[in-house]
Design a protein around this ligand. Structure first.
Ligand SMILES: C[S@@+](CC[C@H](N)C(=O)[O-])C[C@H]1O[C@@H](n2cnc3c(N)ncnc32)[C@H](O)[C@@H]1O
Length: 255
């Protein structure tokens, strides 16, 4: 279907998205939702609308991204981060800068901050920055109000220590929130990424699996640029080989 291919091409240019990573009907259903919202019945008309209104591409992006995450997803990564903090240059870096990209709704960035605070770091000697292309996800990260699914990797003690109940939801305490800032941005946008400054540690989990070849290459280049010379990147298990193929060297085979 020619209209479908044009819509996908625009999305691919923007996000570097690999269609097969989404499942066969995800994009089709996302476009249909946008067409209903705009009261457009015809695919050709939607493709034209998308071409003429740059903001519509942002709205479509929100429909296709997968902001699935939870606190302390893969606990071993946070244990390894705590271990890293014992050694130079990480033990003396002040402020220690850590990037969580993509951060989705913020649980990974906040888990990093909680790890650093638990290791005795204070709010003045580290900065955690979370980046995601989804405006909706970043807004939720800043709100720091979470439902039960965000706690699937943690116990009740964790919830009691760091959250206040608000109805059925749980708000993260301000002493953690104030150590993390969030930015909406695209990892393949070199101008945006360059403006973030350098980081001693980068968490990049569950991003490259959604990207096509050229976008993976560009994302890895951006992250390489952002990492300090002795910095460490924590990659998703399925993505380690993609970083190794594009210029990173393994320090551990697990992250
Ligand atoms: C599954 S979440 C990963 C969250 C977290 N890193 C984790 O592993 O739990 C994937 C996120 O990637 C974001 N994303 C997709 N393409 C992106 C891009 N080009 N730049 C920045 N974020 C992107 C989506 O918005 C989504 O929130």
């Amino acid at each position: 279907m020619a209209h479908f291919r044009r819509i996908y091409a625009m999305l691919r240019r923007r996000l570097g998205l690999q269609l097969t990573s989404l499942g066969p009907t995800t994009l089709e259903r996302a476009v249909q939702r946008r067409m209903r919202a705009l009261r457009i019945e015809d695919w050709e008309e939607y493709a034209q609308h998308l071409k003429r209104h740059p903001a519509e591409l942002d709205a479509l992006v929100e429909e296709v991204v997968v902001p699935e995450t939870w606190f302390f997803r893969d606990q071993a990564y946070f244990d390894a981060l705590a271990e890293l903090l014992l050694h130079p240059p990480f033990c003396s870096a002040a402020p220690l800068r850590v990037l969580s990209v993509p951060c989705a709704t913020g649980e990974e960035a906040y888990s990093i901050a909680i790890t650093l605070l638990s290791c005795g770091r204070t709010k003045n000697d580290f900065q955690v920055v979370g980046v995601d292309v989804s405006q909706h996800a970043v807004a939720r990260a800043e709100e720091a109000l979470y439902g039960r699914r965000s706690f699937r990797g943690t116990d009740e003690e964790f919830q009691r220590s760091y959250f206040h109940a608000e109805g059925d939801l749980f708000r993260l305490v301000s002493r953690v929130r104030q150590t993390v800032s969030f930015r909406r941005g695209n990892v393949i946008d070199s101008l945006f990424m360059g403006g973030l400054g350098q980081f001693h540690v980068i968490f990049c989990k569950n991003l490259l699996i959604y990207l096509c070849g050229w976008a993976r290459q560009r994302a890895v280049e951006q992250l390489h640029r952002l990492l300090t010379p002795e910095g460490r990147l924590f990659a998703g298990t399925a993505e380690i080989s993609l970083f190794l193929d594009h210029g990173f060297a393994a320090v551990s085979e697990r992250y």
